[in-house]
Design a protein. Structure first.
Ligand code: BG6
Length: 474
């Protein structure tokens, strides 16, 4: 719809930016930190590892001062589980606790609200070795104990908690589960079992959050790509709906409604992917829905029908980590209407508006955008200048669409751009930069790790200062 009147962002809207521990902290073995699945992941020859990253661990005060200069109202970061419990359970590492206490206190000093992700891909390797990690039911207890420890230790200052980041991606990128062997099918089956355990674990953590009388909000951060049909052919429309179910909605149906929808369960059954569900699991999940949903949105996708045939029978799929084609269901194709980033991610601000409306209409749970941004090959020019106009353009158009979605009824209370500073991309190294702050390092040459404000830094500062009005002006 087009509107004659546009309401502004509410005064208490939480303008923010996000990062995750392993992508910025570095200090991978410092001060008693234990090993995570990220530390032992197979390395690609042309991409750096995460051992130094942006060295935030040693630049924390300077980085938070920059956040304050930017005017952030909220900062999303994750706690590295293995800094707190090096073995995933058991002994606490006080130095890890001290680091996050200092970070939270520094944020508070500048009146920046901390938004804590309890677990963002960096699962303790020791738990994988002890019992297989998330694929074992034992994982539920350890995650719950870790989360309860965080509530008790930091809960006096932290109001907003994200339980698990992009659970759907964790189960599909098997290295993030610590699984290194097995066929694609076996890995997917284990992935859905792990997924079930993560849902039960999340529900237990939410139950404890309420039992401890914690103030604030809690929920998962989910990845969500809006899925368009490739044409008005009803078969393509059905393909887009089914792709949305398998890629996006199944998970929030679980978290928010406590159900495996009938179509999704049949999908799992036909592929022998059904997880083992214990008595009481579904009841526990149903009784403990999240009180907020974190939305990670970067791009939309476009699906066409993919009829099964002799060559591609039902069950055939492309063996890509994220589902891109399954015979009898859908095939993801390029959308000729949309520009794309250097990594082929299709830029679609309206897709974010559609996503927010859809999520709020389906679940009626307050939303916060926990990631949104563009990865690019930024260039550092003479005089410490980074002219990232493409980032300004991307963010501006997305922030406009959020406001429109809110005008249309979606309850959104905050926005965290990805990312506050340059970091090591989850899959593409340092060369794919996302930040408002440039980190002076290359893939393998650490240079001086100097912090440099990009053009987008000053632009976003104005967006925050004007409470969003800046995005409607050039
Ligand atoms: C999300 C993750 O999947 O997307 C982040 O939560 C990640 O950790 C971001 O960095 C962008 O993906 P990538 O692969 O470009 O780093």
């Amino acid at each position: 719809m087009e509107w004659k009147n546009r309401e502004g962002y509410p005064d208490n809207f939480l303008w923010g930016a996000a990062t995750s521990s392993f992508q910025i902290e570095g200090a991978a073995t410092a001060d008693g930190k234990g090993v995570s699945v990220i530390d032992v992941m197979e390395k690609k020859a042309d991409i750096t590892d995460f051992s130094v990253a942006s060295d935030h661990y040693h630049h924390m005060e300077e980085d938070v001062a920059l956040m304050a200069e930017l005017g952030l109202k909220i900062y999303r970061f994750s706690i590295a589980w293995t800094r707190i419990f090096p073995d995933g359970n058991g002994e606490v590492n006080q130095k890890g606790v001290d680091f996050y206490n200092r970070l939270i206190d520094t944020l508070k000093k500048y009146e920046i609200e901390p938004l804590v992700t309890m677990y963002h891909f960096d699962y303790p390797q020791a738990l994988v070795e002890q019992y297989g990690g998330w694929i074992s039911r034992q994982s539920i207890d350890d995650y719950h104990s870790y989360a309860a420890f965080l509530f008790k230790t930091f809960g006096d200052r932290v109001k907003y908690w994200l339980t698990i980041n992009e659970q759907d991606h964790v189960i599909r990128f098997s290295s993030r589960l610590g699984i290194t062997e097995g066929s694609y099918i076996e890995k997917m089956w284990l992935g859905y079992q792990a997924n079930h355990h993560m849902c039960v674990a999340t529900a237990r953590v939410i139950e404890t959050f309420h039992r401890l009388g914690m103030k604030g909000k809690i929920g998962p951060a989910v990845s969500y790509s809006w899925i368009h049909p490739s044409s008005s052919n009803p078969a393509d429309v059905l393909a887009s709906k089914d792709a949305a179910l398998i890629k996006n909605n199944y998970l929030l149906d679980l978290h928010c409604k406590g159900i495996y929808s009938k179509a999704f369960w049949k999908y799992l059954e036909e592929r022998n992917y059904t997880p083992k569900i214990n008595e009481g699991d579904m009841e526990l999940i149903r009784q403990n829905p999240p009180t907020m949903i974190g939305v990670n949105y970067y791009y939309s996708e476009t699906a066409e029908a993919f009829p099964a045939n002799d060559k591609h029978p039902i069950g055939y799929h492309k063996e890509t980590p994220l589902p891109t084609a399954e015979a009898g269901i859908f095939n993801i194709i390029k959308n000729p209407q949309l520009p794309a980033t250097d990594w082929g991610w299709e830029i679609d601000p309206a897709g974010l508006r559609l996503t927010l409306r859809e999520l709020y209409e389906r679940y009626e749970i307050p939303l916060i955008i926990t990631e949104n941004g563009i990865g690019a090959y930024d260039k550092l020019e003479a005089g410490d200048v980074v002219q990232d106009d493409y980032r300004i353009d991307y963010l501006q158009k997305h922030i406009q669409q959020i406001q429109l979605a809110m005008n249309e009824g979606a309850e959104v209370f905050g926005y965290c751009a990805w990312s506050f500073m340059d970091l090591v991309s989850a899959r593409n190294g340092v060369q794919k930069r996302y930040g408002f702050v440039y980190i002076n390092r290359e893939e393998f040459d650490l240079k001086d790790l100097r912090r440099i404000k990009k053009k987008s830094f000053n632009w976003y500062k104005e967006v925050i200062r004007s409470n969003g009005e800046k995005v409607w002006k050039n």
